[in-house]
Each structure stands twice: as structure tokens, then as C-alpha cells.
Ligand binder design. Structure first.
Ligand SMILES: [Zn+2]
Length: 1017
């Protein structure tokens, strides 16, 4: 009807009928009803009405019928559709529609309420136009609307006319979209009025339609303000070569953040996935399939020869070497072989006297990795075999952390330390200088450490506090950290049970937002006392005060400022990345001086991402010093009432060159600490420092049997901050130095794995830890892998970022994973040399089978791979695909398919093989394009956890309900090991796989019938 000119015909009829001397309402009323329906579907209805002069006649009819409610209602229906177009709405406003409507909208009455409701809706629609809103402000309608609303609210005690109140509020909401409207609202005490109504009615279900609008108005009108910081730039600056390449924050127009719904998180968790944007796809076939030339002079590649000694070394010592093992000094740090799987807590708690590799045969490989492979998706089956799943937080609450709720899994320390005997502060932050013999007063410090280490409760595989301290001294930070965080020295043992995702209680966010609004409406209740700041001379805190104490000047720590807001509430600000003014997401800080059993609210108020897994079941992590001393040294997920939402802070206009500032988000959570006067650490995710890596690599190197495992750690290059970036080579030693054996040894294909280019993605390091420990382990799969491949691993591509508490960048304030196209040795040394090493391998005909870069993902759950495919990219973009492109091998899909079957945390469904323009300079795309590695991947692990496969639990109460698991470090480490197993299966499935390997694998795998099914070729 619309396409055949129906709207015009009806409108013309309206105009003709209305202009007669005495209009016939028997025609007009059905006509109005019809117009209201058609108008909803006709996008150009307002324009057509304007052209045919239907606006004027309708306004005239409305005016005539002010006292004739039934006719009036019909007129209003049509005005409502007219007003849905902003231009037409503006025209109606000019012609006095708003004044007319205010004659209809009366204070509380029980008469003609349908008409009043329709009038509020028309008025709300009109106020979407800026000119109407301005007019409304000038005529004092804001105050009138507030009074009308107040009147209806106080009389309508049974919520009979809740939709009229909602209509009035929508009028206010639209006015508040504009600055002048907000100012008028504030001047009319709107905040106070709506706040007190909302506060009193929060639990009233009948008021739901008005509460949500009131909250939106309160959020919209909360005056914007800059962050309480002297400058958005990082508190840490570092002089770097070249100009600092920090990209300016994207300037947003006012509308970008003013007109959103804002109830962004009360939605269901299915909406969390960021919508894929296909206009970023690379559709230039030339760019997709051409191979660019070498990015440096060819002779430069020769420097990497020395990083591949395995290709030239003669192993003469192999023949002569007899049974004499490593010297006694070595075995001091030696750890047990350890297979990183999430299955058995026993393996995490080996006694210290079992630690030399010589004893591996009896008790290491109780379970091969193969036995833990997920079988199909029969979740109940597997999860019953897995570690018990429970809610640690709940357990803490009910029993207190002091009770080992899981019985005998974790042996307590032999001598429980008397808490008062310890200077908790001194233990928690040892002065690094005092730790070493060259210090002036070494004795007390030495004693403290001796005592500390004497009671060190538990042997943590591949961790050693003494070695950690020694390594920490060599770690170079921008501001020269003097302290070491206790959890990093003491070590972390995965808690005995995995933690399910936090169920979000309905309405939590409203309560939090109202508490925030209360700061504005009742400012006298707010303390607003700065108690910690990197920008002010230390210390700010008087020791006697009862408020919490904060600290973050240690490796990976990055709290910039803490402000006490109320007695038990703190605003926290995270430091921006060094030499940058953005990227706040990662956090790690120390908090002390707490009382047990008090819920403390923390608000991190300068987060940047528009949404977060914190809205979908993720909790931050906590480490308690007292718990550690009691034999439970664990980072655990903690916190309740967690929400992540946009706040009223905006970046100063000056910082963006005059453009309207970007907005910030608040992460809020409530923590109830387990002990009085404890020292706790809170972090975005399980921390993993550069020093931890260096300690780990040393211990790994010392743990291997040098006659079986070839493990070499060397320096790829030094970072801008002066830290060595380690490169690790792992393979099996040749059986002897005979020519045949050396041939086999030197011809093993390469696998290249990198991680942690993004410092905030500590999950990537835990996955890498699992990979490394598995590769040197005595698991038969690991043995086969070593005998058939040479692994080149760069476990931390951005040490400086990790050390200095960055989330995203290097010391130059740039994202190193956007520098792979043309890295420069003096600006991005780790990328330059990682790429150089890969180029070198290709140049000698040893292109890696697989390249994979481990990352963490903040928006999605599970673990998945991103790969590269020309065909899939062009298809997705809707481009025509040439015949040659059609021939593209789909071998890039094999590894993710294998992992989907093997690894509990992995899911194929989130994998993608599209090449985006914005990713052209990432490791994955560059290694694929420039080196021709078809299996070039990014592996993303969620910060949150799993909501598919075996890692979910079935909660039977109150309803049958599948619930995901948050990742613990065990699950991440297991993923690292599973990735290796995936590489073996990938080889077994390839045509080039040797008969010998197939036979060896068959023997191994037949014993584990679990895998038979997966190995069908
Ligand atoms: Zn990343």
C-alpha cells in the first residue's frame, strides 16, 4: 500500500476532509486509526505529511478537540507518528505542538488517562529534536515535567498509571541528551528528586518501567568530569630512541557516548560477543597472496646462525660422557618432571626430596597427557574425573580460608607460623637491597629470609624463592623497583578446585550506580581522601589511620592512585602504559590494613574497553599472604557484586587536541578479605612476571636430563629497557654423534612458538609455562615430539611491558604486535630479531611447520585459534574468488580441528581464518604472508574461562543449569601441553609423516584407546 502511494492518498483525504466547514468525524476517526498504522511502516511518512500540509490540519483538529477526549486521542495517535521523524517533529514544535500538549498533560487525575498517556508519548517524541529540546528548556518545561512526574508519583500509589510516569520521564530523558537540557535538569534539582524516588522504589517490581528510565537519566545527567589525575599520561616516562609513536586516542563525537541505552549489561550473556565487522577484511588479492621481499639485507640473516647451533654442533662429548651427572650445585634447584595437566592436584605437591631428574622413572608419569584428552563432549563423564568444582568464594565465606576444606590434598606446613611473630609488612615487601650480602645491614634481613624460607611450606614445581630473588635483582624496570611482590617470590599453587563463573545477581548494577549517584546528591557523605599516589611523594598514608593501604611499585604492579570514598569504598586508578596515556585494563597491586569479614568495595574508574568479561562471570584474582603462610599459596578468583559500566569521567579535551574526550568505564567489585591485618594482592588475572619467567627457564634447564633433552636458553636480543629477551631451543639429544644420528637430529622440522607480546595477557604466559614444562617432561608424547621436532620458543616478546605493568605496549608506547611489517632493530628489537630468526630459518630451507603466538582474549570465553586463509577472507567479504585461490590448501584448519577434539578448553567454533586489514602487521599475518607459513596462528585464551566442553558444571539448583568454569592456572597450563599434543597428531595426520614415527605413535596410542578414534586419517 505504501509503495502504491497509499500514504499520500490517506493524507490527502485527511486534509480534504478536515478542511470542510464541519468535518465528518465518522470519516476522520477511522482515517486517523489507519494513518497511525500506516505511518509506523512508512519511513517517509513525516516528510509526506509535511508536503501535503497534513501537519497543520492535524494540529488544528487537536486544538479544536481539547475538550473532546475521544477525538483528541485519535489526533494524538497521528501526531505521534508524525513526530517520529525529527524534521517533522521540529516543524510541529515551531507550530506550537508542545504548548498544546501541555494543555492535555495535567497533574494527577483519574480521567482521560489514555489521552494523557498518548500526549506524554507525543511530547517525548518531539523532544528528540534538538530545537524542540532547546525550546522546552527555555520555557521552563524541565521544571514542569519534574513537578508533573512528582505529582503522579506521589498520587499513583498502586502504580496504575506507571506508563504516564514513564512518558514524562522519557521527555526528561530526551531533553537530557543535550547539554542545555542537562544543565536545566541539574538546576531544577532533578538529580536529588529522581535519586530519592529511585532509592525508595528499587525493589518495587511494579515500577520497573520507570526505574530503568530514571537510572538512565541519572547517569546521563551526572556531570562529566576529568579523571582525578594530574595527567592522563603514564606516571612512568622512559627516554626511548625515536619519537614516541603512541597513537592518539580516537576522538569521539559527543553523540558517540551521549545517546546510548546504557543499560548495556543487564542483558543476557549471549550478547557479549563483539559483533564481527566485515568491512575490515583485506579484499586486495594482491596483498593477500603476493609475497613481499626480505625486509632487510640478506647478509644480516647470518647473525641468526649462532642461534641455531643445533644445526652445526657435533656432539662429540656424547660418546665419552658416562654416568656422571650434573654437579651438586645444579641439583639444588632441580625440579621433578612435571606434566602440566589440570587433573591431579598430587602432581603439584611433590616433596622437595624427590626433586632430581634421576628419580623420574618411578613416579613422574603416572598419567600421560593422552589419558586426559577430552572424549567427545560427554561433559558429565569427564568433569567427574576432573578436580572437584566448587565455589571457593562461597567456601571462604562459610568456613573461612583457614580451614582446608578439601582435606588432605594439600599438606599443611609442618610448623604453622604464629602470625604475630611475623612482621607482615616486612615479609610482604622485602627490600631488595637488604636481601643481598652487599647491603649495609644484612643480618636482620638475612635472618628474616632464612626464617621465611625455612617455613616455605610447599615445593612448587619449577619455582624457587631464592633463585627468584636473585633473578629479580637483575630485572631492570623504568623506575627501578625496590620491592618484590610477595606472591611472586613465594609462588603460586593452583587451588585444589576449579571455580565456576560468578552468577550475577539481578539488579546489582543499579545499586552500584545509585551509590555512585549518591556521591553527587549527598556530597557530605563522601570522604574523598587520596591515600596512595604515584604522582606524590611517598608516603601519604599515616600508619595509624584505619583505612586500607595500597602499594604497587613492584614488577607488573600498576596502581597509580587510590582514593578513599567512603569508609569501606575505594576508587582506584590504573597507570597508563609507559610513555602512553591509555591502555588501562591490567591491574596488580598490594592492599593491606584490612579487617576480616567486612565487604570492601573497590572501583577501578579508568578502564577503557567498552565491555568486559567481568559482566559475564569473571572475577579478579586475590592472593593472601596469611593464607600463603598457612600453606595455601594460591591466587584465587574472588569478589562479588561485580559490574563493569560506563562512568561520568571523560578525558580532558586538551589531551585530545580539543576534541571531545573519550569516556571511561568503572569496574566495581566487593572483596571480603579472609584475615584481619593481612597483606593481600589483587590482580586482573594470575600475574606472571618477567622474573618468574627467567626463574622458570633456569629451573627448567636444570631439571632436564642433559643426555636426553637438548635444552638451550640464549638471548635473542636486549630490550629497550636493557633486559635480555630469552630464546629457548628444545629437542631430543641425538642418540649418538654418529653421522646417521646427527643427520636425523639436524633434519628435524622446526616449530616456532612465541607469547606475551601483550604484557597484560598473563594468561598467555601460563599457557606458555604449560607448553615448556610439557616439552621437557618425560611424558612419552613429549619424548616423541622432541625426537621429531626442534622447538624454537620466545616465551616473552615484551619483557619491558610486563615488568613495568603495561597492558598493551612496549616502552615506546606502541603495540608490538602491530610492528611486524617493518620492525627496526633499535626501536622494536624483540620483534626485529624474532622476525629475523624466522627469515633465517626460511632462508636455509627450514620454514617452520607451525608458527603460533599465544595471546589472551578479554571479550570471549574458551581458547581458540586465529589463522589466515585467502579463500575464506574473500568469501566472507563477498568477493569473487579466482581459480588459483580456490586451490588454496585447507591444511590451516587441521590443527584447530585436532585441538577441538583434544583440549577441554579449546573450541573450534570461535576460530577464524580471516585476514583483516587492521591486522596486517601482526605476527600471524606477517609470518603467513612473508614466510609462507600456512599454519601461522594466534592462540587466544580467555581471561575468564570456559562455557563449553568438559569445563562446565551442571548446577541442579534451582534449575537445571549449565555453568562455565573460570580458568585457573592449571587449565591454562594444560592448554599449553595439549597444544603440543596437537602438534604431534598434526604430524601423524600429514602425508609426509615417517613410518617410524607412525609406528612409535601407534604403540603409544594403542595403549590409550581414547585416542584411536581421533587418529583415523
Ligand atoms: Zn594480545
Amino acid at each position: 500500500m505504501i509503495s502504491k502511494g497509499g500514504s499520500e492518498a490517506l493524507l490527502q483525504t485527511l486534509v480534504d476532509t478536515a478542511r470542510t466547514a464541519s468535518p465528518d468525524y465518522d470519516i476522520l476517526l477511522p482515517l486517523f486509526r489507519l494513518l497511525a498504522k500506516v505511518g509506523l511502516r512508512d519511513k517517509k511518512f513525516g516528510q509526506k505529511a509535511l508536503e501535503l500540509e497534513a501537519l497543520d490540519v492535524t494540529l488544528i483538529l487537536t486544538r479544536k478537540n481539547l475538550s473532546h477526549s475521544h477525538n483528541l486521542l485519535h489526533c494524538l495517535w497521528v501526531l505521534r507518528v508524525f513526530a517520529s521523524s525529527v524534521t517533522t517533529g521540529a516543524m510541529l514544535g515551531i507550530n506550537g505542538a508542545m504548548e498544546l500538549l501541555f494543555k492535555v498533560i495535567t497533574p494527577y487525575t483519574r480521567k482521560h488517562t489514555q489521552t494523557i498517556r498518548a500526549a506524554t508519548e507525543v511530547l517525548a517524541a518531539l523532544l528528540k529534536s534538538k530545537s524542540n529540546s532547546r525550546r522546552a528548556v527555555n520555557r521552563g518545561y524541565v521544571t514542569s515535567l519534574l513537578r508533573l512526574h512528582q505529582d503522579w508519583h506521589s498520587h499513583d500509589t498502586f502504580n496504575t498509571f506507571v506508563m504516564i510516569r514513564r512518558g514524562l520521564l522519557l521527555c526528561l530523558q530526551h531533553i537530557a541528551t543535550f547539554r542545555s537540557g542537562r544543565e536545566a535538569f541539574l538546576a531544577a534539582q532533578g538529580m536529588e528528586t529522581l535519586f530519592s524516588i529511585t532509592q525508595n522504589c528499587l525493589d518495587n517490581k511494579g515500577m520497573e518501567p520507570v526505574i530503568s528510565v530514571m537510572l538512565q537519566i541519572l547517569r546521563q545527567c551526572y556531570p562529566e568530569s576529568p579523571l582525578p589525575l594530574v595527567t592522563a599520561s603514564s606516571a612512568y616516562a622512559f627516554s626511548v630512541p625515536g619519537s614516541i609513536a603512541a597513537e592518539p586516542p580516537p576522538a569521539l563525537s559527543e553523540e558517540d557516548f551521549e545517546d546510548e541505552g546504557d543499560e548495556e549489561v543487564e542483558k543476557d550473556s549471549d550478547s557479549e560477543d563483539v559483533k564481527e565487522e566485515y568491512d575490515d577484511l583485506e579484499t586486495d588479492v594482491e596483498k593477500l597472496s603476493s609475497k613481499p621481499g626480505l625486509d632487510r639485507p640478506e647478509e644480516e640473516l647470518m647473525q641468526y646462525e649462532s642461534m641455531c647451533l643445533e644445526l652445526s654442533y657435533s656432539f662429540e662429548e656424547l660418546e665419552s660422557k658416562s654416568g656422571d651427572e650434573s654437579n651438586s650445585e645444579d641439583s639444588q634447584y632441580t625440579n621433578h618432571h612435571h606434566i602440566p595437566i589440570a587433573a591431579s592436584p598430587k602432581q603439584h605437591c611433590l616433596k622437595k626430596d624427590q626433586t632430581s631428574w634421576g628419580q623420574e622413572k618411578e613416579d613422574t608419569v603416572q598419567t600421560s597427557l593422552l589419558s586426559t584428552v577430552k572424549m567427545g563432549r560427554s561433559t558429565v563423564h569427564l568433569s567427574s574425573k576432573k578436580r572437584p568444582v566448587m565455589n571457593i568464594y562461597h567456601d571462604m565465606q562459610s568456613k573461612g580460608l583457614g580451614i582446608n576444606s578439601l582435606g588432605n590434598d594439600i599438606p599443611d606446613i609442618q610448623t604453622s607460623p604464629k602470625e604475630d611473630a611475623w612482621d607482615i609488612e616486612a615479609i610482604s615487601c622485602p627490600r631488595m637491597s637488604a636481601f643481598f650480602s652487599n647491603s649495609t645491614s644484612p643480618r636482620e634481613a638475612g635472618e628474616a629470609i632464612d626464617k621465611l624460607l625455612h617455613i616455605h611450606p610447599k615445593h612448587i614445581p619449577f619455582h624457587d624463592p631464592c633463585l627468584y630473588m636473585a633473578k629479580a635483582r637483575r630485572t631492570r624496570s623504568v623506575v627501578d623497583f625496590k620491592m618484590v611482590a610477595f606472591p611472586d617470590i613465594w609462588g603460586h599453587c593452583p587451588p585444589p578446585s576449579a571455580q565456576s563463573m560468578l552468577e550475577r545477581k539481578c539488579g546489582v548494577q543499579r545499586i552500584k550506580i545509585l551509590e555512585d549517584v549518591q556521591r553527587f546528591t549527598q556530597p557530605s557523605d563522601v570522604i574523598n581522601k587520596v591515600i596512595f599516589s604515584l604522582d606524590k611523594p611517598w608516603p601519604l598514608q599515616d600508619t595509624a589511620s584505619s583505612c586500607l593501604k595500597f602499594f604497587s611499585k613492584f614488577e607488573s604492579g600498576n596502581l597509580r592512585k587510590a582514593i578513599q570514598v567512603r569508609e569501606f569504598e575505594y576508587d582506584l586508578l590504573i597507570n597508563a602504559d609507559v610513555n602512553s596515556c591509555q591502555h588501562q585494563q591490567w591491574f596488580y597491586f598490594k592492599v593491606s590494613g584490612m579487617r576480616a569479614d567486612i565487604p570492601y568495595r573497590f572501583n577501578i574508574i579508568n578502564c577503557e574497553k567498552p565491555n568486559s568479561q567481568f559482566n559475564y562471570g569473571m572475577q579478579p584474582t586475590l592472593y593472601s599472604l596469611k593464607e600463603a603462610l598457612l600453606g595455601r599459596p594460591s591466587w584465587i578468583r574472588t569478589g562479588n557484586e561485580i559490574c563493569y559500566y560506563k562512568n561520568h569521567y571523560r578525558q580532558r579535551a586538551a589531551a585530545t587536541g580539543g576534541a571531545s574526550g573519550k569516556c571511561y568505564y568503572t569496574l566495581t567489585f566487593v572483596v571480603t578479605f579472609p584475615h584481619d591485618e593481612d597483606v593481600c594482592y589483587l590482580a586482573y588475572h594470575y600475574p606472571y612476571t618477567y622474573t618468574a619467567l627467567m626463574t622458570h627457564l633456569d629451573l627448567l634447564g636444570k631439571s632436564v636430563n642433559p643426555r636426553q633433552v637438548y635444552f638451550r636458553q640464549e638471548v635473542l636480543c636486549h630490550t629497550l629497557g636493557g633486559n635480555p629477551c630469552p630464546l629457548v631451543t628444545i629437542t631430543a639429544m641425538p642418540e649418538s654423534s654418529s653421522t646417521d644420528h646427527l643427520e636425523q637430529f639436524r633434519h628435524r622440522p622446526y616449530q616456532v612458538i612465541t607469547a606475551r607480546v601483550h604484557p597484560g595477557e598473563s594468561n598467555a604466559s601460563w599457557v606458555m609455562k604449560g607448553t615448556l614444562e610439557f616439552l621437557v617432561s618425560s611424558d612419552p608424547v613429549a619424548r616423541l615430539l622432541r625426537e621429531n621436532f626442534i622447538f624454537k620458543i620466545i616465551p616473552m616478546l615484551n619483557p619491558d611491558g610486563v615488568i613495568n605493568g603495561n597492558h598493551r605496549c612496549s616502552l615506546r608506547g606502541e603495540d608490538l604486535n602491530r610492528q611486524w611489517l617493518s620492525p627496526q632493530a633499535h626501536l622494536q628489537p624483540t620483534i626485529y630479531h624474532a622476525k629475523g630468526l624466522l627469515h633465517y630459518l626460511c632462508s636455509i630451507g627450514r620454514r617452520p611447520v607451525v608458527f603460533c603466538d599465544f595471546h589472551g582474549h578479554s571479550q570471549k570465553k574458551n581458547v581458540f585459534l586465529y589463522g589466515c586463509s585467502v579463500k575464506e577472507t574473500l568469501w566472507q567479504a563477498g568477493c569473487t574468488v579466482s581459480a588459483s585461490t580456490l586451490l588454496e590448501d585447507v591444511n590451516y584448519r587441521t590443527l584447530p580441528k585436532i585441538l577441538d577434539k583434544l583440549a577441554p578448553a579449546f573450541t573450534m567454533s570461535s576460530c577464524s581464518f580471516l585476514v583483516e586489514k587492521s591486522r596486517a602487521s601482526t605476527a600471524r599475518v606477517v609470518v603467513w604472508r612473508e614466510m609462507g607459513v600456512s599454519r601461522s596462528y594466534t592462540m587466544e585464551s580467555s581471561y575468564c574461562g570456559c562455557n563449553q566442553g568438559p569445563y562446565q558444571v551442571c548446577k541442579l539448583t534451582p534449575l537445571f543449569n549449565w555453568q562455565g568454569l573460570q580458568f585457573g592456572t592449571s587449565e591454562l597450563e594444560e592448554m599449553g601441553a595439549m597444544f603440543c599434543l596437537g602438534l604431534l597428531i598434526l604430524e601423524l595426520k600429514s602425508i609426509s609423516c615417517s613410518h617410524q614415527l607412525l609406528n612409535q605413535a601407534a604403540t603409544l596410542l594403542n595403549a590409550e584407546d581414547a585416542l584411536d578414534y581421533h587418529l583415523q586419517r
